[in-house]
Design a protein around this ligand. Structure first.
Ligand code: PLP
Length: 430
């Protein structure tokens, strides 16, 4: 990008790309290729030995995906990124880059259900323990830490509770012990800036607001370049001891000449190489299309959600509205971490309970009834009868899901149409 800019509106359109060197195409082409012709046997050997960086095979890198990675890193204020097949892949690799069997990480209890399953069951079966703590007390992270703790993990704006996470408070506790904080910022791209508060890694389900149009599954991990891995050899062995799969390379040393990117390089050349959760170039193209208008869309998501929250708060059928902009007990954290807008998500509870929740969802005409968030269209779901239906009533309550709770992801339609649909559905729910 010829003109450096601190502005997301400009970075979203220009970072990482000017024009195609071969054809001068302005739009990023879809490089739908599996492999790349080597210039010579020497160059091929150098690429494989990581003596030279370049395209080898699309499982590990692709020119379309590369632009997405550069743009995401620039927007987040990080040093480098890795785009992968889904948000789930991003969560798994973000952790597995640092932790292996016998190790543990400490995670917030306020997590997306898919992440919860990955951590509580699948990683556990592989010998990697995840210790869940309530983020209401940041010191709970310190209390759950031992010599084998490799990372802390949390979501900036977890739904359905929508309780903003204390990023700086937990990042600082970790940094004292050589433990990086990994933040899932899926619900708050551009709104929250986890690196500015001490997080070391940011990950996304790019499926949501970043793609924004409900067309493509994707994920990304961004390296803040702000964590000194070499200073903590005991705490971070995977980045500080010889890697048998790369002729004994010690990542914190080997990568030093390229910048502070040891973490994201290991994620790419070990995890992505071996587990293969690569993003398709076509999805990278779709996600880039989404990213170009993200600043405009996020502003409208926030504006519309604020209006919906106000509208619902004034309705007799509604017992309470869960919206970060209303702050409540979490007002200080919301002001600190979401000063640019409080996002497009909100929840509300119907006084008449679960049955009314189901009637409300059935009556919606504009809103889609889907298990997704962050689409340009408005979306709704009744967690008690869908996403959280397998949980006991006690576990539902702990997750913030009461029988009458309805979750909304507010889109960018005209606000009058959104409110009209909600009003008629509330009337129909009785
Ligand atoms: N993280 C959060 C906060 C999510 O909401 C989701 C999906 O809903 C994921 C991760 C997983 O992402 P994906 O569905 O792209 O695998």
């Amino acid at each position: 990008m010829p003109l450096p800019s601190p502005h997301p509106e400009t970075l979203a359109l220009h970072a990482g790309w000017r024009a195609d060197p071969a054809t001068h195409a302005v739009a990023v082409p879809v490089y739908q290729t599996t492999s790349y012709q080597f210039e010579s046997p020497e160059q091929a050997a150098n690429l494989f030995a990581l003596k030279e960086f370049g395209n080898i095979y699309t499982r590990m890198m692709n020119p379309t995906t590369d632009v997405l990675e550069k743009r995401l890193a620039a927007l987040e204020g990080g040093v480098a990124a890795l785009a992968v097949a889904s948000g789930q892949t991003a969560s798994a690799y973000a952790v597995q880059t640092l932790a292996r069997a016998g190790d543990n990480i400490v995670a917030s209890t306020d997590l997306y259900g898919g992440t919860w399953n990955l951590f509580a069951n699948t990683l556990k079966e592989q010998g990697l323990e995840v210790r869940f703590v309530d983020p209401a007390d940041p010191h709970a992270f310190a209390n759950a830490t031992d010599a084998r703790t490799r990372a802390y993990y949390a979501e900036t704006l977890p739904n359905p509770k929508l309780r903003v996470f204390p990023i700086a408070e937990v990042a600082e506790i970790g940094r004292k012990q050589g433990i990086p904080l990994i933040m899932d910022n899926t619900a708050a791209p551009l709104l929250a800036r986890p690196f500015e508060h001490g997080a070391a890694v940011v990950m996304y389900s790019t499926t949501k607001f970043i793609g924004g149009h409900g067309t493509s599954i994707g994920g990304a991990i961004i390296d803040g370049g702000n964590f000194d891995w070499a200073a903590h050899p005991q705490r971070q062995p995977l980045l500080n001891t010889p890697d048998a799969s790369y002729h004994g390379a010690v990542w914190s040393e080997a990568v030093k000449p390229l910048g502070p990117i040891a973490y994201i390089i290991r994620a790419r050349v070990v995890l992505l190489r071996d587990l293969g959760g690569a993003l398709s170039p076509f999805n990278a193209f779709q996600l880039l299309q989404g990213l170009e208008t993200l600043p405009l869309r996020m502003a409208r998501h926030c504006e519309n959600a604020a209006a919906v929250a106000q509208f619902l708060a004034n309705r007799a059928e509604v017992a309470r509205v869960i919206y970060p902009g209303f702050g409540g007990a979490n007002a200080e954290l919301t002001a600190k971490y979401l000063p640019r807008g409080q996002g497009g998500l909100l929840g509300f509870e119907l006084k008449a309970g679960a049955e009314a929740g189901r009637r409300f969802i059935s009556a919606l005409q504009l809103f889609y009834h889907v298990a997704n968030i962050g689409d340009a269209r408005s979306l709704a779901i009744h967690p008690a009868s869908t996403t959280h239906s397998q949980l006991s009533p006690a576990d539902q309550a702990a997750a913030g899901v009461t029988p009458g709770y309805v979750r909304l992801s507010i889109g960018i339609e005209h606000i009058d149409d959104i409110l009209a649909d909600l009003a008629q559905a509330l009337a129909a729910a009785g």
